[in-house]
Design a protein around this ligand. Structure first.
Ligand code: AQP
Length: 331
């Protein structure tokens, strides 16, 4: 099975990104042919600093390798190195409804935050569809916030196949049952996010252990003391979910284990567990990030392998759409 996902090289990666997405990428290597892309082209759709973008790509590559991605068992590359992505994006625009793009929650939220709403921000989900469809991937591991975008890419693939003939694979999302939406520790009704959550409410993968424990100890919870999930208690429910993911167990088991413990000692236990969970990643990251030439070499090699796969799909798509010379005339 071919599995594809992309991650933005923006900001500092947080516990939500790690649990909802990065953890799944590592597992994908066991489950199939994993293709992972650092989406620098997507990062240009909002105001950004070019030098910082280049650095952030390497930060993200080092983080993914530190988390357990192995270039011998997956394809890891930078989106901007494979020109087939933007080309396919343009071709897919012909089967993408303007009205569908207008309905995307992420576009509505992000466009409200910027003075200049770029056309790129509007087309963001089409480029995302191109990323996945270029590799004929069957599965896309993501957090819950990306559900709508994966549904759109399915519609785009179906519409293309209907209009031009069976060409593209229709992918499905893989959203984890637990940990698909980790919430901000200070405002637990909002998701932990790179651009829209509080510093105190966000645990970064590279945070020092003391900062992690401090943030978890001051996590907002309600006035009760029972360690039980409920929609009225998003704060404690979020911590139970984090604990379940880290312990690779069910939320109900966490409730049982901490029955009667009280919020204070539960928060301390979650803090200790998160510190232990992230420590190896932080340590490996420090080793890997220092060698930029090695990181570039991994990305360069990944891009070469990715290009071979994407080129094949592009040739079929161009042929079906009547773009460029007839397929037989292509050298
Ligand atoms: N809170 C979250 N819980 C679980 N999964 C999450 N993801 C994001 N937030 C949570 C998943 O992380 C992956 C990477 O997302 P991205 O490349 O779009 O990175 P980002 O945009 O920098 O991540 P954020 O934090 O979501 O930024 P904002 O909110 O500012 O746009 C995706 O699979 C996502 O589902």
């Amino acid at each position: 099975m071919r599995i594809f996902s992309g991650i933005q090289p923006t900001g500092r990666k947080h516990l939500g990104n790690y649990i909802g997405a990065i953890r799944q990428y590592v597992q994908a290597q066991e489950r199939g042919e994993a293709i992972l892309c650092i989406v620098d082209l997507h990062a240009t759709t909002v105001p950004y600093d070019p030098a910082a973008l280049r650095r952030s790509v390497l930060d993200t590559a080092a983080m993914l390798l530190a988390a357990g991605l192995d270039p011998a068992r997956c394809v890891l590359f930078r989106q901007g190195d494979v020109a087939e992505h933007p080309e396919l994006c343009w071709l897919l625009c012909s089967v993408t409804a303007h009205g569908d793009l207008n309905r995307m929650h992420q576009f509505k939220e992000k466009s409200a935050r910027h003075e200049l709403v770029s056309a790129g921000l509007f087309l963001y989900p089409v480029l995302q569809a191109a990323d996945v469809l270029a590799y004929r991937a069957e599965e896309v591991p993501v957090g819950a916030d990306q559900r709508q975008h994966v549904e759109l890419m399915r519609d785009i693939a179906l519409r293309f196949n209907e209009r031009f003939g069976e060409t593209l694979v229709v992918p499905r999302h893989r959203i984890p049952e637990v940990g698909a939406r980790i919430m901000d520790l200070q405002e637990p009704e909002r998701k932990m996010s790179t651009t829209d959550s509080t510093e105190q409410g966000t645990i970064y993968v590279l945070d020092q252990p003391s900062a992690i424990v401090k943030k978890l100890k001051s996590a907002v919870t309600d006035s009760g003391r029972d360690i039980i999930r409920s929609p009225e208690k998003p704060g404690i429910s979020n911590l139970i979910e984090v604990m379940a993911v880290i312990g690779e167990t069910e939320s109900a088991d966490v409730e049982l284990e901490f029955d009667g413990a009280g919020y204070g000692s539960f928060k301390q236990a979650v803090g200790d567990a998160v510190v232990e969970f992230l420590a190896p990643v932080r340590e490996r990251y420090a080793e890997l990030r220092g060698d930029e030439a090695a990181l570039e070499a991994v990305l360069g090699e990944g891009a070469e392998r990715a290009r071979v796969l994407a080129r094949e799909t592009l040739a079929d798509v161009r042929g079906r759409m009547g773009v460029g010379p007839p397929p037989a005339a292509v050298p």
